[in-house]
Design a protein around this ligand. Structure first.
Ligand code: DON
Length: 574
């Protein structure tokens, strides 16, 4: 009898434990035997898979996807923007490509201020003056030439076909374009492409982009020079000069992709390989992970008040450093050794109280981080085990919301990522300092964090997302969900998120991130919260099994997860 009772109570507690851990049900990750591609647009995902199947490696697929997204995902996919690629080869070699936009040579530190030193609303976000010198084409070509295997024409062909013949618009494409109808109406070259006689497209219609197809053909024929020199370059410059912009042919001539060493750190025995300055992503993520490593997150439990409190405090401390110290390494001495030191993390931990929220150093009127899908990330692994993690962007949705006439190229508004004025929040509510002021030729500080997690020197997880300032925390939470909470890769991507960035002194929470009583506990410790919409679209791949310590499903090696928060995306394996 006693034994029976004991067995019953053991069963009951086992069931309770299981139920406690089940915060939601997610579909199984997409499985693949020989390769995996996860992007924010299903047509681009298909392009990537086709390239892998044709024998291309992850870089070939990554470049083909980059060009394809410029056609099918114009809200963020681009030729007129910039970004980063973190690359880890099957043999463990790692590198990072920085094709971030640069401040034009004619830019000045106070170019977005009026005579009284006040920020001119919209000047750094809308129109040709907001545009940084684009880096995407340089980055894609650099990657292909150095690390790809296929000829240019093969890698560009799918994007050219999608632009030339068009593609049928689904509801989510229409929603995306619909975000910018008013802006397109104000810019004739954009209106000519993204509107039909001034009206938005509707579901089932075909979006054809002839000018963009021609630009892509120039790139296919001449490589980088097809964009930075010749007729496309001339059209970019003419469009800038005749619309209040300052980009010249010299800016285009001088643009070069930089190959840098990624930022690396360890977290509970796993390696983190992520974006170095001019991104703040790798440094900030490693600083947060270093702080968190000494807390028993797994034991405390997923989204328990105590675990959330420690994560918020880690975010708060790391973002002060991000916003104050970091900038383009050619112009700023980034204190990397200090920020990445585990001893520094221990000093921060000593300041974090168990049950009292930190107070962000100065309370200033913060602007809520933008919600939106204005950057895009894709993750690819090939049959050899090479892993590619790319985040690239126009910054805001459709960038500066202007197209360079005759090129089909939508232009970025990346200049807003600089400190337009010290202490004044940018579009992501980031209050930044001197390290990130505008200097001609400098790259603005970014949060983009294309990341690869490693185990025993081999790629284990590929992850990244859009979301402005909310990129770094979303990538970190996804990693923690896998490593500390044992989630499979889809569960890790789906789980609700929260975000804190020092200023404003409030933590942004997605729906269902905190139960009301957990939130009350945290509020009693001085934390405060603001509900927010979705900002991220995480695309992630886990190698080996759907979750750490799990079993492979059949003969599949790769497990992909597309973030359900935006429904254009797709994970596909083969
Ligand atoms: O580089 C950055 O940090 C920003 N330009 C990224 C913008 C972004 O992620 C917008 N997406 N929602």
């Amino acid at each position: 009898m006693k034994v029976q009772l004991l067995a019953k109570s053991l069963l009951l507690s086992a069931t309770l434990i299981l139920h406690c851990q089940a915060w939601a049900a997610s579909p199984a990750p997409v499985a693949g035997e020989s390769g995996m591609v996860v992007t924010a647009h299903h047509l681009a995902t298909q392009v990537g898979i086709d390239v892998l199947k044709a024998g291309g490696n992850a870089v070939d697929a990554g470049v083909a996807v980059g060009y394809a997204l410029a056609v099918v995902y114009p809200v963020a996919g681009n030729l007129g923007g910039g970004g980063f690629m973190t690359l880890m080869r099957a043999d463990g070699r790692k590198t990072f490509l920085d094709f971030r936009e640069k401040a034009p040579l004619a830019s000045t530190a106070d170019m977005y201020l009026d005579r009284n030193g006040n920020v001119v609303q919209g000047a750094s976000t809308d129109g040709h003056l907001a545009v940084g010198v684009p880096g995407t084409v340089s980055g894609m070509q650099y990657a292909l030439e150095k690390y790809g295997t296929l000829p240019r024409s093969k890698v560009l062909a799918p994007a050219i076909a999608l632009a030339q013949r068009g593609f049928v618009l689904g509801q989510s494409d229409i929603n995306m374009l619909g975000m910018a109808t008013q802006a397109f109406r104000k810019d004739a070259p954009s209106a000519a492409i993204f509107l039909q006689r001034g009206q938005p497209y509707t579901v089932g219609q075909r979006l054809v982009q002839k000018d963009l197809a021609r630009t892509l053909q120039f790139i296919s024929k001449h490589g980088s020079e097809g964009f930075y020199k010749g007729p496309v370059a001339a059209a970019l410059v003419a469009s800038s000069q005749s619309n209040g912009g300052i980009i010249t042919q010299v800016d285009l001539d001088q643009y070069q992709t930089r190959e840098l060493a990624p930022i690396e750190c360890t977290y509970r025995g796993y390696g983190i390989v992520s974006a170095p300055p001019p991104s703040s992503g790798g440094v900030t993520m490693c600083e947060m992970l270093n702080i968190l490593e000494a807390y028993p997150l797994s034991e405390l439990g997923f989204h328990s008040a105590q675990a959330v409190h420690y994560q918020i405090e880690a975010m708060r401390h790391a973002y002060v450093d991000r916003n104050s110290y970091l900038g383009d390494p050619d112009y700023v001495n980034n204190p990397l050794a200090r920020l990445l030191d585990k001893k520094y993390a221990a000093q921060i931990r000593a300041k974090i109280e168990k049950d009292t929220a930190g107070i962000s150093m100065q309370i200033k009127p913060g602007v809520a981080p933008h919600e939106g899908d204005n950057t895009t990330h894709y993750s690819i692994v090939d049959k050899w085990g090479n892993a590619v993690s790319v985040t690239y962007t126009l910054n805001g949705a459709f960038g500066a919301k202007v197209t360079a006439a005759n090129t089909g190229v939508l232009l970025n508004n990346e200049m807003d990522d600089f400190t337009v004025k010290v202490g004044v929040p940018n579009s992501y509510g980031l209050v930044q300092g001197e390290a990130n002021v505008i200097v001609p030729g400098k790259r603005p500080l970014s949060s983009m964090s294309p990341t690869i997690v490693t185990k025993d020197g081999k790629p284990l997880m590929v992850v990244g997302t859009p979301g402005g300032s909310r990129i770094i925390t979303a990538v970190m939470l996804t990693i923690i969900n896998v490593i500390d909470y044992g989630m499979d890769i889809q569960e890790a991507v789906d789980a609700p998120r929260f975000h804190q960035q020092w200023l404003p002194d409030t933590t942004f929470t997605e729906r269902y991130a905190l139960s009301p009583d957990t939130r009350s506990v945290l509020e009693s410790w001085g934390q405060n919260f603001r509900d927010t919409g979705y900002a991220n679209h995480v695309t992630a791949i886990l190698i080996g099994a759907p979750k750490l310590g799990g079993n492979a499903v059949g003969g599949n090696r790769y497990y992909g997860a597309n973030d359900p928060r935006h429904n254009t995306g797709l994970a596909l394996g083969y």
